[in-house]
Design a protein around this ligand. Sequence first.
Ligand SMILES: [Zn+2]
Ligand SMILES: [Zn+2]
Length: 210
Amino acid sequence: MHYLRSTPVRRLWMRTFVALLAAVLMLALAAFLLYHDRTVPGVLGALIFLICFLAAFFTAITHSFTGDCPACGARQKHLGGIHRCDRCLAYGEVVNGEYRELAVDCVHRSPVFAARVNEQCFMPELCSACGSPSTRFQKLRIIRKHFAFDLAVPHCDLHTGGAYLATEHVKRENVWSEIPVVRVASYRFYCEYLKQNKLAGDTSKPPLPA
Ligand SMILES: [Zn+2]
Ligand SMILES: [Zn+2]
């Protein structure tokens, strides 16, 4: 990965502590089940608690930071790993105590850069896997309760699977709703997609109050 600007991050100790507490609880439940119930349902239940333990432990260690977006300065909570600013939509990564803005030529090993999508959106003429000029399309489909559509996503001759359709949950006027997103591996594709669909956040103004 290549990086541009960076800002320091600070650990949220309360969030770290709560996540660690949840992890210990999950581990205790898994051990309790394994000790008292060696039947198939008992072992399966213990496995589920073990997976929850790993998720809580991972959250406690790597996703419990706060810091300011290096692109627009907006305060971000629950920082960790690859993170999208909730104001300007720029992606950054938390590495060695710093929140680093991704350079546009970054390519992630899997499609992680997510942008809102609909049937009429514009697609950049770039491969969604590597960011090179595209030569063909790959048809993707999403079917959910409230929406269903197909989308042709550009790829180059060398790549397939640079994108997939998924959903995110957003809160509008106190109501959670599910919206479709396209996830891509090329950050150049993501940035260009935001521009062409007028989704890019404004990074020239000072940040909103935290
Ligand atoms: Zn930002
Ligand atoms: Zn490609």
